[in-house]
Design a protein around this ligand. Structure first.
Ligand SMILES: Cc1cc2nc3c(=O)[nH]c(=O)nc-3n(C[C@H](O)[C@H](O)[C@H](O)COP(=O)(O)O)c2cc1C
Length: 186
């Protein structure tokens, strides 16, 4: 798989095999995050890697709507919580860049995982307050997102199929709808 294929075949995975993720894959994922761009190279991102099944089970209860929507992460052999220290990023044009910085690093982590056949799924639905309590995350640190990581199971669960159907089956907007040239014409 070349780089472009790797980027374009990444899809959210919501059904995992229990096979653990080798340390070498995790090392590549972390290196990919370290190498992401960031505002003034401040690298505000911080990550919690969780592999303890009990902790992942507890984490699942803090993900999604009253712990139900994203409960599928319970089967994953690893979950990463992507955090940021906003004080270590920039505010430019009234925009807080800690979100962009951390999103880029986390996406690089997900792509590095996928290059080894390890799937992920960015989760935005979680309870930051209870995650803080459960994992000792200080008040000055924000939880930006989290993702399960694992080898995709051979068959997608009904839940995974239903979520995908709700998300327009993964269909993408056409080039014409998202790109214009030389001046705004969308
Ligand atoms: C900011 C953000 C929040 C998301 N939150 C959730 C979530 O809470 N649960 C979930 O199952 N998927 C979540 N997703 C995954 C999207 O549904 C998914 O990326 C989108 O449907 C496109 O599908 P693909 O990732 O397979 O290409 C989130 C993605 C992003 C970028």
């Amino acid at each position: 798989m070349n780089g472009i294929e790797m980027i374009n075949t990444r899809r959210s995975i919501r059904t995992f095999s229990p096979q653990p993720i080798p340390q070498s894959v995790l090392d590549d994922m972390i290196a990919a995050a370290q190498n992401a761009p960031s505002c003034q190279n401040k690298q505000c991102w911080r990550f919690i890697v969780i592999t303890n099944p009990g902790a992942i089970g507890r984490l699942a209860t803090h993900a999604g709507f009253i712990g139900t929507v994203n409960f599928f992460i319970k089967q994953a052999p690893m979950v990463v919580v992507a955090c940021a220290d906003p004080a270590r990023s920039c505010v430019l044009n009234g925009q807080d860049y800690y979100l962009a910085d951390t999103a880029m690093a986390f996406q690089q982590m997900m792509l590095a995982a996928w290059s080894h056949g390890v799937g992920s799924c960015w989760l935005g639905a979680f309870n930051e307050k209870s995650l803080r309590k459960e994992f000792g995350i200080p008040q000055n640190i924000r939880v930006v997102g989290m993702s399960p990581f694992g080898y995709p199971a051979r068959k997608s669960s009904l839940y995974a199929k239903a979520v995908k159907a709700v998300a327009k089956g993964g269909a993408r907007l056409s080039k014409e709808k998202i790109v214009c040239y030389e001046s705004w014409s969308l």
